[in-house]
Design a protein around this ligand. Structure first.
Ligand code: FES
Ligand code: FES
Length: 273
């Protein structure tokens, strides 16, 4: 039940609360718990705080949401406008200055491929590419991306044609649950580019010698910021190595055929499909 359904509600208000409600009829439109909190807060001499919240709420209500937005912003402060490219499409968002790229992608652009694992830079599930370089989107303020180019897992394939790293992950069975996979793939693309540019790593034998070759040890080290709770690491390393070396190792697994499934079920004494 809301206060507007409750005929006795005004009678239960203190004089201060009633005065505030009369001065701020907007409170009638706010949820009961929130309204009670604000009224009592105001009665406790924090009325300016309540008024400030209402002003923010009004500003938010006027903010247009982009087409397909998944979740409306709830309490924006210091709203900033950011114009950037996401997967080749120009986007302009009005965001709370504290919003990180991961939340901008997931909650304002409905691009939920990038995953929130730890939300504090520990797991790599949120990895995306900014101007071709891998970044942790949970630690990147969206407001810093004016004019930049963001690529997420959704932007890698060309129509039905998977990105070579995506195809290699499938070929080498480089995932199980798949939760870490978008971050792993974006990170792998970043690793391959870093290798091309001769970046060294912690396990590079001699950092004075630039090499573009990635050993499996190098791949493991460079991908170590991307955690996989399923332990699908061997397949990931093989996938990255496959694309890096171009050696096109053979796929070692395949889907069972209908004949194999029927045969197995027959042996088990179950009905065939
Ligand atoms: S969600 Fe960003 S590093 Fe874990
Ligand atoms: S595939 Fe499950 S967490 Fe990596």
């Amino acid at each position: 039940m809301t206060h507007s359904d409750d005929a006795d509600f005004p009678a239960r208000l203190s004089a201060d609360e009633a005065a505030l409600l009369q001065a701020m009829p907007q409170l009638q439109g706010v949820g009961q718990a929130r309204r009670s909190f604000m009224i009592h807060s105001a009665a406790g001499s924090v009325g300016l705080f309540a008024a400030d919240l209402l002003a923010q709420e009004a500003a938010l209500a006027q903010m247009p949401l982009p087409h397909g937005a998944a979740v409306a912003p709830t309490n924006a402060q210091n709203v900033v406008k950011v114009a950037f490219q996401v997967n080749g499409t120009a986007q302009t968002l009005e965001l709370d200055s504290r919003v990180v790229l991961l939340d901008a992608l997931r909650e304002h652009l409905a691009l939920t491929g990038s995953k929130k694992g730890c939300d504090q830079g520990q797991c790599g599930a949120c990895t995306v590419l900014v101007d071709g370089q891998r970044v942790l989107s949970c630690l990147t303020l969206a407001a810093t991306l004016e004019g930049r180019e963001v690529t997420t897992i959704e932007g890698l394939a060309q129509g039905e044609q998977l990105h070579p790293v995506q195809a290699a992950f499938i070929k080498h069975d480089g995932f199980q649950c798949g939760y870490c996979t978008p971050g792993q793939i974006c990170s792998a693309i970043g690793v391959l580019d870093e290798a091309q540019r001769g970046h060294v790593s912690h396990v590079t034998g001699d950092v004075r010698k630039t090499t573009t070759r990635l050993t499996d040890e190098e791949i493991k080290e460079r991908m170590s910021g991307n955690i996989c709770r399923c332990g699908a690491y061997p397949g990931m390393v093989a996938a990255v190595q496959d694309v890096h070396s171009g050696r096109q190792a053979a796929q070692t697994w395949g889907y069972a055929t209908q004949t194999q499934i029927a045969s197995d079920r027959k042996e088990d004494g179950r009905a065939t499909i």
